[in-house]
Design a protein around this ligand. Structure first.
Ligand code: FAD
Length: 278
């Protein structure tokens, strides 16, 4: 059982609980991106176990006809054991998902993993002609060039501000500078991409910017937010735009929960309030 403090941000221990959460989201026109919590596996057994769970999950999603995708972390699928392990494991998950027409997102971890993650994404996206997406981080100085590289690759790209804490030689560390970068990168993507843009942000200013760019260019996009964050806004936006909620599940919730609290201390207050009010 999950401790009550995690309930706001994590759908439960089991895939069944995550899919039940997605079913309730779908009733409100919000789609689900299901993530099995887990990262930095340093043994093959854990990597293979999580990959097998993702393969079962995509079969369950296809069987349930839910509007749902999955999202995986490179270090969950073996990147810490080597790029070859990661690419083989990821390919097996993406193949299983492609057979069932389920979309696979690849989360982006710290800046030392960006090359390996983008290379694996590009190879699979070209092989499957889509069906897979990757996250890029606006706080990294390299991301402008990465967006240019990805412009003619099939699949989707999720733009986020960045949840890790990279050093200043590779990243912008001032939040206002990251916001400016996020806006510029959105402008580039809406101008140059055919579609497939994921706006992964809770920031009303960034979402407003994206919707204005959509009006101007007509480029297709989706808004993505996390479970437990601005959920009322998610339901409101879903009346007009495609909205996806990132839905984590599993018992390895601590580091995910910690990242949410570091991002915004209020998240701890929200979580505690949820515990106190049942
Ligand atoms: P912030 O800059 O944190 O906040 C800006 C404004 O948004 C706030 O002033 C407030 O108005 C509003 N806001 C933000 N949080 C809240 C809240 N809890 N309650 C109410 N209002 C709030 N990062 C990665 O590095 N790799 C990934 O793969 C990745 N995947 C992600 C997937 C999704 C779907 C999302 C939504 C985020 C993901 N992130 C990922 C995290 C991301 O990088 C940011 O750390 C996180 O989204 C916080 O930035 P923000 O744009 O939401 O807004």
């Amino acid at each position: 059982m999950l401790p009550p403090i995690a309930n706001r941000f994590v759908a439960g221990d089991s895939p069944a609980e995550a899919l039940e959460h997605v079913r309730r989201l779908n009733e409100r026109d919000v789609n689900g991106i299901v993530n099995l919590l887990g990262e930095h596996h340093d043994d093959r057994e854990s990597v293979d176990a999580d990959a097998a769970e993702y393969r079962r999950l995509v079969a369950d999603i296809a069987g349930s006809r839910l509007a749902a995708a999955v999202s995986v972390k490179p270090s969950q699928l073996g990147l810490d054991l080597g790029e070859d392990v990661f690419r083989t494991t990821l390919a097996a998950v993406v193949d299983a998902a492609a057979e069932r027409d389920v979309f696979v997102w690849i989360d982006m971890e710290d800046h030392t993993t960006t090359d390996a993650t983008l290379d694996a994404f590009e190879a699979l996206a070209r092989e499957h002609e889509g069906g897979v997406g990757v996250c890029v981080q606006a706080n990294l100085r390299r991301t402008r060039a990465d967006l240019r590289r990805l412009a003619d690759v099939p699949g989707k790209v999720r733009l986020v501000k960045g949840a890790y804490d990279p050093p200043a030689d590779v990243a912008y560390t001032d939040p206002a500078r990251v916001d400016r970068e996020y806006r510029d990168l959105l402008e580039y993507a809406f101008d140059r991409y055919d579609g497939g843009i994921g706006v992964g942000s809770h920031d009303p200013a960034m979402i407003e910017h994206a919707t204005a760019l959509h009006e101007r260019h007509g480029t297709e996009f989706e808004i993505q937010m996390l479970m437990g964050v601005r959920e009322d806004a998610q339901y409101e936006l879903a009346a007009e735009y495609e909205v996806w909620q990132y839905v984590p599940y599993g018992d390895r919730w601590l580091s995910y929960f910690y990242r949410r609290v570091v991002e915004r201390r209020e998240n701890l207050r929200f979580a505690l309030r949820a515990v106190l009010t049942g």
